[in-house]
Design a protein around this ligand. Sequence first.
Ligand SMILES: Cc1cc2nc3c(=O)[nH]c(=O)nc-3n(C[C@H](O)[C@H](O)[C@H](O)COP(=O)(O)OP(=O)(O)OC[C@H]3O[C@@H](n4cnc5c(N)ncnc54)[C@H](O)[C@@H]3O)c2cc1C
Ligand code: SF4
Length: 516
Amino acid sequence: MTRIVWIQGTQLTPANSALAVADRTTDRVVLIESLPHAQRGRLHRHKVALVLTAMRRFAEELRADGWQVDECRLEHGLGFEEAISEQVRTHDATGVVTMAPCGWQAQAALPRLEATVGVPVHVTDDTQFLCSREAFADWAGTRRRLRMQEFYAWMRRTHVVLMDGEQPAGGQWSYDPDNRETFAAWKRSGERDRPTPPPTIDRDDPVLTAVQADIDRLLPGLPGRAEDFWLPTTRAESLAWLEDFIEHRLAGFGPFEDVSDPDDPWLRHATLSPLLNIGLLHPRECVAAAEGAYRSGAAPLASVEGFVRQVLGWREYVNGVYWREMPTYATLNELDAHQPVPPALTGEVRTTLACVQHVADIVERYAWTHHIDRLMIAGNLMLLLGTEPQAANAWFRERFADGYDWVMQANVTGMSLHADGGLMATKPYAAGGAYIKRMTGHCKSCRFDPKQRTGDDACPFTTLYWDFTARHHERLAANPRTAQAARGWTRFDEEEQGRIRARAQVVAAGIVDGTL
Ligand SMILES: Cc1cc2nc3c(=O)[nH]c(=O)nc-3n(C[C@H](O)[C@H](O)[C@H](O)COP(=O)(O)OP(=O)(O)OC[C@H]3O[C@@H](n4cnc5c(N)ncnc54)[C@H](O)[C@@H]3O)c2cc1C
Ligand code: SF4
């Protein structure tokens, strides 16, 4: 009695719950590569190279571990369902086992898969998160607002992370106020003179080389260059990256997590999301390694807590929000935003906005950039311009090696674009040039002046920030967290308001049509 164990490309972990219920003496594992899917989405080539190389190397590891493994490569016109049906027929299988997919659309397609393959499909729980979909739904209950801080404290207690008995380590749940250093502080600290990029990988690995050749042959023209590929593709390499982060960057993570530096794309960030999101690392081991560094005195509590909040808090929280709110969440557009993604971000044109060009360059090169570049620069620009939320989601999904629907809907639709009307964030994350100047080193080399809101030299972020405040004045005035910003707008006299709105029209049109 043979069953087909389907391992999806984002589930490359020996702890995959479908493997846990399978029998290596009778069942057969299948991994299915879909290059047409990559072509349709115009994915960044690093994202494709990461997933395909990791799949092929995972298949080798499973074989070495005694599993019978088939690797299928889908041709144009063929889907996952046909490939699995073919496996069922070839091996006369009596069933299919797979771990729950990480995306809503794939999950919704499972009944169709069962109908197509003609044998029962057993779906095992997604074990790549610490908080199951059901546990999150229980926590959320009937709450009107899903506040991350409350969820995070609950997760700390439930999983006994950074706890001293019943109390949070150090007596506080969050050390965020200690973790908001500016760009000037980053420069003063001397940390900047000690760059700590993630370790380099073996670019000559034969599996990676074969994947790069397949991409060149079958998917010409994807964004990105093969020679810039930088990510680990096995669990062993991923564990080495985690260790490197804990040793070299974790201590500085907290204070400088909100900074963006034109000369250092990594700062003290972990660069672990592409690995976590395809199963090469598990959040539990990342959190445990960070807590271990605190307990041994190797890293300060404020940094460790800051990192734990990202992984045990934010990452689990956005996944929970996703499964609770989909599919409606992907239709939300509370701010009635309908603009396309600015062509400077898609790489069609270069822009004179130095901070935006920096993000576009880093994403083009690495298919990754850190949180503040995503939120304060790319996301903020799209919020202020009124970019349509699902177009923004598509940009992140295609261009980022860690971009998957479950993580982007809450981050992009919710946190960044406020298209959910505040379900997850208490206020829109709108920032003008002055704030960007405080937190980054980009303005020095920019032709615009962050202090000016009108005139040819005015920083587009500053102008668009005030225009956004005017467009959504009623909503912002009614929210205690944005009421002050709303009052700021009313302090301008009518003439100045008119000048700002007129300049905003010019600036927005220039960014959207790619001439600014
Ligand atoms: C507009 C926008 C789009 C984003 N798109 C993605 C995406 O497509 N994929 C993705 O994995 N993350 C996304 N994030 C979240 C976060 O920016 C990235 O996880 C992080 O920048 C990855 O780099 P890092 O591993 O160095 O993270 P670090 O800053 O070092 O953080 C450590 C880890 O915490 C987790 N984490 C931190 N913040 C978040 C968050 N808000 N949501 C979920 N996990 C988080 C990640 O797993 C990350 O690896 C997005 C955030 C914003 C604001
Ligand atoms: S001046 Fe404005 S556009 Fe230029 S880098 Fe600063 S914030 Fe960005």
